[in-house]
Design a protein around this ligand. Structure first.
Ligand SMILES: Cc1cc2nc3c(=O)[nH]c(=O)nc-3n(C[C@H](O)[C@H](O)[C@H](O)COP(=O)(O)OP(=O)(O)OC[C@H]3O[C@@H](n4cnc5c(N)ncnc54)[C@H](O)[C@@H]3O)c2cc1C
Length: 392
């Protein structure tokens, strides 16, 4: 990729709503991305792997569990700060943001909220620095949008549990040190279990052939009679509500992150439209191109306002799952549409890795599917406003 010339866009003076601390966090993350990630992202995307050497740096900028209390190694920040970090990371690449989202919302969050004091002490500080990486196993080969049907199960064997089953499409699984795995007990109740790499019968095959989210490692989790120590069960919450609460936190981060991808595409298209000359004038002077750019910044601004308000609600623990669904669905769809329009503004150049557009577009095809598909979030809003369930 060419030099990172990104400039942020703030059409409705949203910066006035941020504290000095928010701005400092944003600046720190933005500078880190420009220095450490932008120069290497295309190389890792082409290779199809996550650049693991940047993990300690991610820990230093607070990308792992920013809202986890300081006593457990987190930064004790608010939800707006979490969102800002997600936005800056996804401005670079959705895979980078995914690694941070999974670690923060799908691994640290359940241990913090549903774990024992011993589990919090044992895992959270190492997860916060990146010394330890985690993954989250909910999706199964036959149960994606409907995780309640999961087959993965564990049996009580007296002094341990015996875990069997398989998860697929698991971000970070090929190199994660631990997995927070959702499985049913003998009564069919869903519980979270912490499975550690090296446990006998536990393997994590890599998923190959992805055209999307290539700078993020994806794989399976396979459990063949894995003995799980009893102290590895998350004791404080069971039932599908437990993984869904983690997903609320991750989806909130995605809502912010998608704005970052959209801003990156818009910023590149705006600059290109002023530099590219056709018919003796910059293409940005043609009404058709201005329509695209004007609609892009309008949609980005609407998403920024929606998401900031959601952050305020999350800060006081008042955001509903349905509100989070609406924001995730709206923002990812908005970002994908902007990526497609930005690609056209770049003409043929838009398909190359000189610009981040195609990469964002391909990434967003995963983001619009994972953590609840575009359709599923619409059904959640539909059910919320009508009170009627259209899922089955
Ligand atoms: C790159 C990547 C990383 C991922 N990382 C993780 C991870 O870390 N951990 C994890 O647990 N999972 C992860 N996932 C899995 C992801 O969450 C699932 O792919 C997603 O929930 C959808 O499940 P599915 O792919 O099985 O699609 P399906 O559920 O089979 O859906 C297929 C289609 O049917 C539609 N559909 C389903 N049900 C209904 C309905 N009731 N009404 C109308 N339409 C419906 C869907 O909207 C979709 O369009 C990841 C996926 C990807 C692509």
């Amino acid at each position: 990729m060419a030099a990172d010339l990104y400039q942020a866009h703030d059409y409705f003076q949203m910066d006035d709503l941020l504290t000095d601390e928010h701005k400092l966090i944003r600046e720190t993350a933005r500078e880190w991305v420009k220095k450490e990630m932008s120069p290497i992202i295309e190389e890792y995307y082409e290779k199809g792997s996550f650049p693991k050497h940047v993990i300690p740096g991610m820990g230093e900028i607070g990308a792992f569990g920013p809202y986890i209390p300081e006593e457990y190694g987190g930064a004790g920040l608010d939800q707006i700060s979490y969102g800002i970090i997600m936005q800056e990371l996804e401005r670079c690449d959705s895979g980078l943001r995914s690694t941070s989202s999974v670690q923060s919302s799908l691994v640290m969050y359940p241990i913090w909220k549903f774990g024992s004091e011993e589990q919090k002490q044992k895992y959270l500080p190492k997860l916060a620095t990146g010394e330890m990486i985690g993954c989250f196993g909910l999706t199964e080969p036959d149960f994606g949008s409907n995780p309640a049907g999961m087959i993965t199960n564990f049996k009580d064997k007296g002094d341990h549990y015996l875990l069997n089953g398989a998860k697929m499409w698991i971000s970070n699984s090929p190199f994660a040190d631990i997995a927070v795995v959702w499985a049913k007990n003998e009564e069919g109740r869903i519980h979270g279990l912490i499975v550690e790499r090296g446990m006998e019968g536990f393997t994590t095959p890599t998923t190959h052939g992805k055209w999307s989210l290539r700078a993020s490692d994806t794989g399976e989790l396979v459990f063949d009679n894995v003995k799980i120590p009893k102290e590895n069960l998350l004791p404080e919450k069971s039932g599908l509500g437990a993984p869904l609460a983690c997903l609320d936190s991750a989806r909130y981060g995605i809502a912010w992150g998608a704005i970052g991808a959209a801003l990156s595409c818009y910023d590149s298209a705006l600059r290109y439209s002023k530099e590219r000359i056709q018919f003796d004038r910059p293409i940005g002077g043609f009404q058709l191109q201005q329509k695209k750019l004007a609609e892009m910044i309008t949609e980005i601004t609407k998403a920024q306002l929606l998401t900031f308000r959601l952050g305020q609600l999350r800060n006081v623990d008042k955001a509903t799952s349905a509100q989070i669904s609406m924001a995730k669905r709206n923002n990812v769809d908005m970002a994908l549409k902007i990526a497609r329009e930005a690609r056209q503004i770049h003409g043929a150049m838009g398909i190359t890795n000189e610009f981040p557009i195609m990469r964002h577009m391909m990434n967003l095809e995963s983001v619009i599917t994972y953590e609840g598909t575009h359709d599923i979030h619409l059904l959640i809003t539909g059910m919320d406003v009508t009170g009627l369930n259209a899922f089955k």
